[in-house]
Design a protein around this ligand. Structure first.
Ligand code: ZN
Length: 368
């Protein structure tokens, strides 16, 4: 769609048009949030082959990660407190301020709290929330600056039982003239987390070049000890002690191990498992191995319109024809599903009530 350039407008017309655009955008945002809330309730994204509403927003609605998180959080709050939608539309709440108050809204306070936040800017709403819902002080945090992987060093000579400080894993930083890592006190506490499991909690990967990434995370003392030990044991193969190389080898071994367990890549199938296979809902090792390979270790749910989910997280083995109605554990009846789609199909088949008890209606089986 082509966007008309307003170069031909008079000044007055331009101001009027700009105000109208802002008003339209607020209305569209409120409407988008309302529709997202309904979509979330109906779980339509699951039927279309997406494992989460988050994935749908990113891939179909083309929203950015941060825009998606904000809108989904506000949509879920708006389901409980629809007045938020009117405030978004009239501009007295922005998505940011609505999201700030959302975790604190209750049946008792929502009218008053929404009214108190209305018309305020982000900083003012942060202060309002901090005043009314105080949180304990947070400790000063130390933030590591990006350093080339080759420069990262473990605190090599520290005693094994010593807890390494975070800066012990960083190299002297060039920007400080090699005098040590930079410490950055953070003045505000992190926002209350409303992050569902389907979206990344924190951005931990930063692209540095075509094939290099900065990966940042906080590790326990135990993890640091394991890293030190692995580095020492791998001295012959990785003389430089390059942490990225050691972590890469560890992850390769871990993924192999998980794949072996998930797809039951054991060389022998136990006699016990063989005896279970005939009349059990348990999927035998050899079937799991074949299914995992066929489905390429990804959710095989295909939504309306033909989109396959392909999620690799929370995978489960799914009976296409449920075990309860005679579906066997053969390779043609078993497929990989992410947890969301396994639950979705169970709900379609049994109906929501059957998930917590017997379904007396019998309609679900017909739908399936
Ligand atoms: Zn899925």
């Amino acid at each position: 769609m082509k966007t008309a350039r307003p170069a031909h407008l008079t000044d007055t017309q331009l101001i009027d048009a700009l105000n109208r655009c802002a008003r339209d955008e607020r209305g569209a945002t409120a409407s988008l949030v309302a529709h997202l809330a309904e979509m979330d309730v109906r779980e339509l994204h699951l039927g279309l082959g997406f494992s989460s509403l988050y994935a749908y927003c990113l891939q179909v609605l083309r929203l950015s990660e941060s825009a998606t998180c904000k809108r989904i959080d506000v949509a879920r709050a708006a389901r409980r407190h629809p007045a938020i939608l009117d405030r978004l539309a009239d501009g007295s709440l922005s998505l940011t301020t609505a999201r700030l108050i959302a975790p604190h809204l209750t049946e008792n306070n929502h009218e008053e709290l929404i009214a108190a936040a209305a018309g305020l800017g982000t900083r003012a709403v942060e202060q309002l929330v901090a005043r009314r819902f105080p949180r304990p002080d947070v400790p000063t945090l130390i933030r590591k600056l990006p350093v080339p992987a080759a420069q990262v060093r473990l605190l090599a000579e520290a005693p094994q039982d010593e807890v390494p400080a975070p800066e012990a894993l960083t190299a002297p930083n060039a920007s400080t003239g090699g005098r040590g890592p930079v410490t950055t006190p953070l003045s505000t506490a992190p926002a209350a987390s409303t992050t569902p499991s389907s979206r990344p909690a924190h951005p931990t990967f930063t692209a540095l070049s075509a094939d290099r990434y900065q990966v940042r995370f906080t590790a326990s003392a135990s993890t640091c000890r394991k890293l030190r030990l692995a580095r020492d044991l791998l001295r012959h193969a990785v003389p430089s002690g390059d942490l990225s190389e050691i972590v890469d080898r560890a992850l390769t071994a871990l993924i192999d191990d998980i794949a072996r367990k998930k797809c039951a890549a054991a060389t022998k199938v136990s006699r016990h498992e063989r005896s279970l296979a005939a009349d059990s809902r348990r999927v035998p090792a050899e079937i799991r191995r074949e299914v995992w390979k066929r489905d390429e270790g990804m959710c095989a749910f295909v939504g309306r319109g033909g989109r396959r989910c392909r999620s690799r997280a929370f995978l489960e083995f799914h009976h296409v024809m449920p075990y309860a109605v005679g579906g066997g554990a053969g390779v043609t009846n078993i497929q990989l599903r992410c947890r969301a789609h396994n639950a979705y199909e169970a709900k379609l088949f049994y109906g929501p009530r059957r998930l917590s008890g017997p379904d007396s209606t019998g309609r679900a089986a017909g739908r399936a």
